[in-house]
Design a protein around this ligand. Structure first.
Ligand SMILES: [Zn+2]
Length: 347
């Protein structure tokens, strides 16, 4: 039986062998990563795996459902005992699902903190038509998060992680509405956990992206993941702002980071429903998380179209966008206001 191991520390990448040997009697280990991450940290991790067992390697080439299934097949067919996945969201989601299908434990080593998929029971993989699908799986049995590894990832990815946590703000407002309207079930524990994830980050005393702040951000992303584990889906951390982001992923030519899109969605929908958004906006400004749609390459037509089509992105998710009229004129004014308000000189 593998216990749930969660380590969030500075310089803990050197404890891979220790974590594996203490928690999983693996003889054959599949090391999964990509070439960029392997170049950075592979040497140390591969050596540690080799010190306790036989290693097989896989460099992830895509994040489709079929690729992840093939990986699971390889794990089963070649009697792999354990998977060590190291990298960003794509690598980890492929591993998470392969681990779930093959029923073999996974040690997850995230190298970025760009979203709350870090420790969630959900893998987002591509279907044959290229559309992403959220697949229920399990939180990895062992998770090792080295703060010093995360702080070396591109700053934009950390900012995206901030954005994804901030989106809990809107997600919880939507969830409350859905529950009041009798459209969705409320889970008090998951709600509390998601609120806690948000509070941990918003009330932090740190005002710059220092290692101590990254530690707080990671803990907050992990709490969001645990909130999802309570419900088995993304409801506690995903509302109208995520639906808007899904629409952008599907319809917009310009691709932006998930966390940035959902932060934009949060401010946009809060404005739309007449809710106070100053706390959220000031927080994003403090950490220079730029969500100006114009600067993100989202033109007015795309913005309007994606707002209007957001509710069609996911069935069984009720939000404020289902209740308000989304006329073109109103959304056009909203876009102009956002661009104006988020101009650089006001940041
Ligand atoms: Zn998200």
């Amino acid at each position: 039986m593998i216990s749930n191991i969660l380590k969030i520390e500075r310089e803990c990448l050197g404890t891979v062998a220790e974590v594996l040997s203490q928690n999983c009697a693996a003889k054959k280990i599949l090391y999964v990563t990509d070439s960029v991450v392997d170049e950075l940290y592979g040497n140390s991790v591969r050596k540690q795996i080799e010190s306790i067992g036989e290693i097989e390697k896989e460099f992830v080439v895509c994040n489709s459902i079929s690729y992840s299934m093939k990986l699971a097949e390889r794990i089963i067919a070649s009697d792999i005992d354990c998977i060590v996945g190291m990298g960003g969201g794509k690598v980890l989601d492929v591993c998470k699902y392969a681990s779930y299908i093959s029923k073999k434990p996974m040690l997850s080593i995230p190298t970025t903190a760009a979203n709350d998929g870090l420790v969630s029971p959900i893998a987002v993989l591509k279907q044959e038509d290229g559309r992403p699908k959220s697949l229920g799986c399990m939180i990895p049995a062992m998770i090792l998060i080295d703060i010093d590894v995360i702080r070396k990832c591109p700053l934009e990815l950390i900012k995206a992680g901030i954005g994804d946590t901030i989106s809990n703000y809107m997600a919880l407002i939507d969830w409350k509405l859905a529950s009041e309207r009798g459209k969705e079930q409320m889970n008090g524990y998951a709600y509390l956990m998601s609120q806690n994830a948000l509070d941990v980050l918003m009330k932090t005393k740190f005002d710059s992206i220092c290692p101590e702040f990254i530690d707080v951000l990671i803990k907050s992303l992990v709490l969001s993941g645990i909130a999802m584990d309570f419900t088995g889906n993304s409801r506690p951390v995903s509302g109208s702002e995520h639906l808007f982001s899904h629409a952008l992923d599907y319809y917009s030519e310009k691709k932006n980071l998930h966390g940035i899109q959902v932060a934009l969605g949060t401010v946009a929908v809060l404005k739309l429903i007449g809710h106070d958004y100053s706390e959220v906006l000031n927080y994003l400004r403090k950490f220079k998380v730029d969500i100006n749609p114009q600067k993100l390459g989202i033109d007015k037509d795309t913005f309007i179209f994606c707002m209007q089509h957001a509710t069609s992105m996911r069935k069984n998710r009720y939000t404020y966008l289902h209740e308000i009229r989304l006329e073109e004129g109103k959304l056009s004014v909203l876009y102009d206001q956002l661009v104006e308000e988020l101009m650089e000189d006001k940041q």
